[in-house]
Design a protein around this ligand. Structure first.
Ligand SMILES: Cc1cc2nc3c(=O)[nH]c(=O)nc-3n(C[C@H](O)[C@H](O)[C@H](O)COP(=O)(O)OP(=O)(O)OC[C@H]3O[C@@H](n4cnc5c(N)ncnc54)[C@H](O)[C@@H]3O)c2cc1C
Length: 474
């Protein structure tokens, strides 16, 4: 039966119209659809969106408004407590149902419960972000997977996700209701405007996501396995912020990738999508993942209080070139290459012995792809305290990592211009360069570029001792 009462389509971090289960379910009711996005800084608590993600959100919402306008629909924007706003909207419009999707982060699940109890409309929660429902992937005994490979095998054994759904042909628009203007939300930086590098790098929105996916799958995926660890080349998809904001679904990417020839590159790419799935699954089963070490003994880690070290790391002025290049790439573009994320995280946690939570918080504020599950899962992985984590004795040597993965120093040259003229032989350890080589490259250590904030060998020994201490329970 068609009624003139609307249904509410509550967009969250799934800002697209294709393969959007909540949108399709709303359209299928035959009732007018009222699309809504709520900027809610209360419900997430300390996980309210960081600065770089807000920049992305602004542009993604602008793109969604344009896409919806083609259907004759307006996106209603509201700011405040989601549950209160949805209850008010349902009451004032007489909406019968609320359809929504988005992440299953712990705070979002709590919010789901509140909305379903308080909104006064029937609440429908759809899966719009992951390949599979987290509860559909369990061990034989019904438990949660704690190791990646069996988890990935279990996903593959399901034969892949259901096909991606098309965008609806039409959406019956609901009468408009009062809402905010996007420009009034102040999501973009003003003074200083730090977003120049972000604007030059990204095209947020569903169309930009699809364009990047197609370009990567046509030209990049075959060489992905060979190039994905080299930060100086465009070897990865750079789809993570699009995936985080749900401008393209993991399901779409899975199927698009399977339309390409079966190569090692394609298989490796699918493996990475499954790492994302693994992290989402971990957070589903361990809601404390962003705060608490999964391995309890790590709570006793003798972390150091080192404000100057943390600041040097954040600003890309540690004196260790590959670390500084990564941290500056992050600041300039809102993104960092995965290999370098591992190196900078290892450096912070192990060489500086600063808590992984501090690094996680900085990433949260500065990454355009900041994602609660992937960020926490990976920080804990590097720390050694997480699921299937790096062994505690694996301490990346940033110099050797640089020489191996950025052999010509292209990546360092790009983001640390004060070292650009240094010979590749020395660019990852300028403190070892002869005075003549430094002078020829116009590098004055301690003046144009800092001395390392920590002696790498001593830092490594200190970290190993600390890890031995917690392992022995001393
Ligand atoms: C300390 C640390 C923090 C991280 N924080 C985040 C974060 O907040 N958000 C985030 O999306 N990723 C995070 N990652 C994972 C990874 O670095 C990025 O997903 C990847 O660099 C994104 O670039 P890409 O899209 O070119 O990846 P590609 O190499 O093209 O991979 C394709 C997709 O697979 C997924 N993926 C790849 N590697 C991983 C991984 N290790 N874990 C989970 N998913 C993965 C991403 O969605 C990515 O877009 C973090 C990694 C580390 C080491």
């Amino acid at each position: 039966m068609k009624t003139s009462h609307p249904v509410i389509l509550w967009f969250r971090d799934d800002l697209r119209l294709t393969d959007q289960a909540a949108l399709l379910a709303a359209v299928e009711t035959g009732q007018p659809v009222l699309p809504v996005f709520i900027l809610d800084d209360t419900s997430p608590g300390r996980w309210a969106m960081g600065g770089a993600a807000r920049w992305w959100l602004h542009h993604s919402l602008a793109a969604l408004q344009t896409d919806l306008a083609r259907y004759g629909c307006a996106l209603t924007l509201r700011r405040g407590d989601s549950a209160a706003i949805l209850a008010e909207l349902a009451g004032s419009t007489g909406a019968t149902d609320i359809f929504t999707g988005g992440s299953a982060d712990p705070w979002a699940r709590r919010l789901d419960r509140t909305v379903s109890e308080s909104a006064g409309a029937k609440f429908h929660r759809m899966r719009t972000r992951t390949l599979f429902h987290p509860d559909s992937i369990r061990t034989k005994t019904g438990g949660a997977y704690g190791v990646y490979t069996p988890f990935a095998n279990a996903c593959r054994a399901l034969g892949g996700p259901l096909p991606a759904a098309s965008a609806p042909e039409a959406i019956r628009p609901a009468n408009s209701v009062p809402g905010d203007r996007l420009d009034d939300w102040g999501l973009l930086p003003t003074k200083p405007d730090w977003a120049g590098g972000l604007r030059a790098t990204w095209t947020p929105g569903e169309a930009g996501a699809m364009e990047r996916a197609k370009a990567f799958l046509t030209h990049g995926v075959e060489s992905y396995a060979a190039k994905r660890d080299q930060p100086g080349v465009d070897g990865t998809s750079m789809l993570s912020p699009h995936l985080h904001f749900g401008e393209i679904s993991a399901v779409q990417l899975w199927h698009l990738a399977h339309q390409r020839p079966n190569t090692k590159g394609r298989d490796t790419f699918i493996r990475e999508l499954l790492w994302r799935e693994f992290c989402a699954n971990l957070l589903w089963h361990h809601p404390g993942l962003p705060e608490t070490p999964l391995k309890p003994e790590f709570a006793n880690m003798p972390w150091r209080e080192d404000k100057p070290g943390l600041t040097a790391w954040q600003q890309g002025r540690t004196g260790v070139p590959i670390v500084d290049a990564g941290m500056r790439q992050l600041w300039q573009t809102g993104w960092m290459h995965n290999r370098v994320r591992m190196i900078v995280a290892s450096f912070l946690i192990k060489h500086l012995m600063i808590p992984w939570q501090d690094g996680q918080a900085w990433f949260w504020d500065t990454l355009v792809d900041a994602d609660l599950a992937s960020n926490a899962g990976n920080w804990q992985w590097v720390a050694g305290s997480g699921a299937d984590a790096a062994p505690y004795f694996r301490i990346f040597n940033p110099v050797l990592q640089g020489l191996k993965f950025d052999a010509e120093g292209d990546y360092v040259r790009r983001f640390v211009p004060e070292l650009a003229r240094l010979d590749a032989k020395y660019i990852h350890a300028p403190w070892e360069a002869p005075a003549l080589a430094l002078a020829a490259a116009d590098v004055r250590l301690g003046k144009t570029y800092p001395h390392p904030v920590v002696d790498l060998a001593a830092g490594r020994t200190r970290a190993l001792e600390a890890y031995a201490q917690i392992r022995s329970g001393a």
